[in-house]
Write a protein that binds this ligand. Structure first.
Ligand code: SAH
Length: 274
């Protein structure tokens, strides 16, 4: 048996000089510093969260949304607090603070910040949210990458979010865990058309996918004083509209009041899981 040459570790410095530099993985990912800066910003920033660089990028996005008509300060602040680029592939991070939807895989997209803002603003104007100053217990249908769940978490006591595509459910889990939000957000893999009665009733229900009508379990799981916001096929079947349902209680009697808002375009609400 021949003896192997003895090698000393660490190698003496003069042995290292001629070695080709190892390709630095970090250099191939120009968005990485932004990524880190936002993590630092989330950890270090004062409650306004606006002092550091990436927080500044978020603030500019929020100022644009404000100019375009988003009014609720609390919603604007919540949008300013969530590092959206953490929820998309690193190659798309550079576009994360534009008001655009971006692919998140499996044929789905992260919702546009303006749409997230608009829907949550509508939720904040519901009866319970108006009196409590926050959303209370929230049900989200269509977790996707988890972005909207993170924004909701900034304005509520608890968020239960359901996703029917396993890989996206797992992806959201990773994103939200990375931001330390999984104590406040409960992720469920399942068919969101059934809602999640076990953790209900909910003060706020929000859907990121639209069907022909509002599934009955959503209405049944809406707490008195609660408000639901969801896309739905427009009456008459042409396109989609945003629908608001309030669970109104007056003189001891309870009823659901539906109002129809602007046209929207969401992915279809599908049945079953994959
Ligand atoms: N809120 C998400 C948007 C995701 S897009 C975000 O911030 O990124 C809408 C999501 O709804 C998709 O991930 C889609 O898979 C999901 N979806 C569609 N039908 C569903 C259903 N019946 N139950 C749960 N999720 C559903």
């Amino acid at each position: 048996m021949s003896e192997l040459p003895k090698r000393r570790f660490p190698l003496p410095l003069d042995k290292l000089g001629s070695q080709p530099a190892r390709p630095a993985r970090e250099l191939l990912r120009p968005q990485r510093p932004l990524h880190q800066a936002a993590q630092d910003a989330a950890r270090l920033s004062a409650p306004s969260g606006l002092g550091l660089d990436s927080a500044g990028v978020r603030l500019r996005m929020v100022q644009r949304l404000q100019r375009e008509g988003l009014k609720d300060e609390r919603v604007l602040q919540a949008l300013a607090s969530v590092p959206r680029h953490e929820f998309v592939d690193s190659a798309l991070a550079i576009q994360a603070y534009e008001d655009t939807s971006l692919p998140i895989g499996h044929g789905q997209t992260i919702s546009k910040p303006s749409v997230v803002g608009r829907m949550i603003e509508l939720l904040m104007a519901g009866a319970t949210a108006r009196s409590a100053g926050q959303l209370g217990r929230v049900l989200e249908i269509g977790t996707g990458c988890g972005y909207q769940a993170a924004v909701l978490a900034a304005l509520s006591r608890q968020v239960v979010s359901i996703e029917r595509l396993r890989p996206l459910h797992d992806k959201a889990q990773g994103h939200l865990q990375g931001l330390g939000l999984l104590r406040q957000i409960r992720l469920i893999y399942g068919d969101g058309r059934l809602g999640h009665a076990g953790a209900g009733p909910y003060d706020a229900i929000i859907a990121a996918a639209g069907g022909e009508d509002l599934p009955e379990p959503w209405l049944a799981q809406l707490a008195p004083g609660g408000r639901l916001v969801a896309p739905m096929q427009a009456p008459g079947g042409r396109g989609q509209v945003l629908v608001v349902v309030d669970h109104v209680v007056e003189a001891g009697a309870s009823r659901l009041v539906r109002t129809v808002h602007e046209p929207v375009l969401f992915v279809p609400l599908k049945s079953g899981v994959m």
